[in-house]
Design a protein around this ligand. Structure first.
Ligand code: UD1
Ligand code: CA
Length: 459
């Protein structure tokens, strides 16, 4: 269920698209659901901002059901009737598992336990419950006796003072016998505090119809937490990221002060890599083994080989870095940077859409954009590829073994042939042949005694 607006967030964006752990809340729920059933058997109920929600998770291969008007969680399932119970020819599914699109910490194990318990109990409805120290806001589970059977779920607003003391809450995850659900769902009514069709009322409906409703408690109440407010969302984000750090530690990664690091859910890191405090590893970033990522580096959607050193304050996006390379401090790799094995990119070097060959070095204060740089090249301090003429971008080619003297400007399109030298402070506007020396600067003139004479005049 992902059709709600999320009024309590005070946001113009739909609740399920708010991000925790670096991706939309709904994407977490879908990823978990896909571990339990194939994507083709997953139906996402969308409504509020339906098109943007659909767009955000289209790549997952799930189906969508449109709940154009959001009249409650029960109504959401009514709208899905056709998708889930299908045609007159019969039912498509025996069991329907309902997940809440705003509760992203649920695990595949717990969903399977819920489903298996439902089958083993031959129940009509099984709900996942949890004991919370502070059950405020959640529906409370009214058990029939001491056993697994449930009589009803009462929402916070409809609960009596006595019922509000119950600490066992409804998590919003259920398994239903699909045929029974759709034979009885029309008994739901909107006679309640919100004037909505509550899915939770199905417990009472089934109970009155003498059908079996049971509850199974989670071992970890943290898994079922929802994200109705910004505060809850930040709590989930912190939980998810700490869990991610624990998973990486488990895999042999060292993370100092993990609570200071921001590591997204899909990031991968190899064993014996060390991550220093205040590092951000974002999106689909993959880092090899034996690397060291030093403090204040922000690495997004990039792939790093083994034994890479990233010195403090390096910013990187959509880039690739070969094994043994050394970056930073304060390098800025913009999208499309491809740094070869054992290459060096040093402080205040900005790169964009370049290939820097194996063992090549650009150690200080440079801009390298739209360039193809070969192996064993030395880019002197202050080198600039002038790639933009105000209208179009042009390419610079620097072949293997070239030496670019400091403070040179290479006006693209231009090519420096294999093994050539460019003298310091040159402005290169024409191609340089292999093994040549190119000088592109004014000749120095010296006026003997000039400074002394100037000083003497001043006295
Ligand atoms: C719901 C339960 C409550 C439970 C809690 C657990 C009901 C009536 N109450 O309350 O017992 O303790 O979850 O987190 O079900 N949605 C739709 N269409 C709608 C309304 C909601 O798809 O018309 C979706 C929302 O986007 C959300 C989910 O259903 O993902 C749950 O709705 P929400 O409004 O958050 O329910 P709660 O008030 O949290
Ligand atoms: Ca909720």
């Amino acid at each position: 269920m992902a059709a709600g607006k999320g009024t309590r967030l005070k946001s113009k964006h739909p609740k399920v698209l708010h991000e925790i752990g670096g991706k939309p809340i709904l994407a977490h729920v879908i990823a978990t659901a896909k571990k339990v059933v194939p994507a083709g058997n997953i139906f996402v109920i969308i409504g509020h901002e339906a098109e943007s929600v659909r767009e955000a998770v289209r790549g997952t291969g799930v189906n969508f059901v449109l709940q154009a008007e959001q009249r409650g969680t029960g109504h959401a399932l009514m709208v899905a009737r056709e998708a889930l119970s299908g045609n007159k020819a019969g039912n498509k599914y025996d069991q329907v598992i309902v997940l809440s699109g705003d509760a992203p910490l649920i695990t595949a194990d717990t969903i399977r336990k819920l489903s298996d318990f439902h089958s083993a109990q031959k129940a009509t409805m099984t709900l996942l419950s949890a004991d919370l120290d502070n059950p405020y806001g959640y529906g409370r589970v009214i058990r029939k006796g001491r056993g697994a059977e449930v009589q009803a779920i009462v929402e916070e607003k409809s609960a009596t003072a006595q019922q509000r003391k119950i600490r066992e809450i409804n998590s919003g995850f259920y398994a239903f016998a699909a045929p029974a659900l759709y034979e009885n769902i029309d008994h739901l009514s909107t006679a309640n505090a919100h004037g909505e069709y509550y899915l939770t009322d199905m417990a009472g409906v089934f109970h009155r119809a003498r059908k079996k409703v049971v509850a199974i408690k989670t071992d970890d109440a943290g898994e079922i937490l929802g994200s109705n407010t910004r505060a809850e969302m930040m709590m989930l984000d912190a939980r998810l990221r700490l869990a991610k750090c624990r998973e990486l530690l488990e895999r042999g990664v060292t993370i100092f002060y993990p609570h200071t690091c921001v590591i997204d859910s899909d990031v991968e890191v190899g064993a014996d890599t060390v991550i220093e405090p205040f590092v951000q590893l974002l999106g689909s970033t993959k880092i090899g083994a034996d690397c060291r990522i030093r403090s204040y580096s922000v690495i997004a959607n990039s792939v790093l080989g083994d034994r890479v050193t990233v010195k403090p304050g390096t910013i990187m996006e959509d880039s690739r870095v070969g094994a043994g390379a050394v970056l930073g401090p304060y390098s800025h790799l913009r999208p499309g940077s491809d740094v070869g094995e054992d290459a060096h990119v040093g402080n205040f070097v900005e790169t964009k859409k370049i290939k820097l060959g194996k063992g090549s070095k650009a150690n200080h204060l440079s801009y390298l954009g739209d360039a193809e740089i070969g192996e064993g090249v030395n880019i002197g301090a202050g080198t600039i590829t002038c790639n933009y003429d105000g209208v179009n971008k042009h390419k610079t080619v620097i072949e293997d073994g070239v030496f670019i003297g400091s403070d040179s400007t290479l006006v693209a399109p231009v090519k420096i042939g294999r093994g050539a030298y460019v003298a310091a402070a040159s402005c290169i506007t024409e191609d340089v042949p292999a093994d040549a020396l190119a000088l592109g600067r004014a000749r120095q003139s010296v006026k003997e005694g000039w400074a002394r004479e100037k000083r003497e005049k001043r006295r």
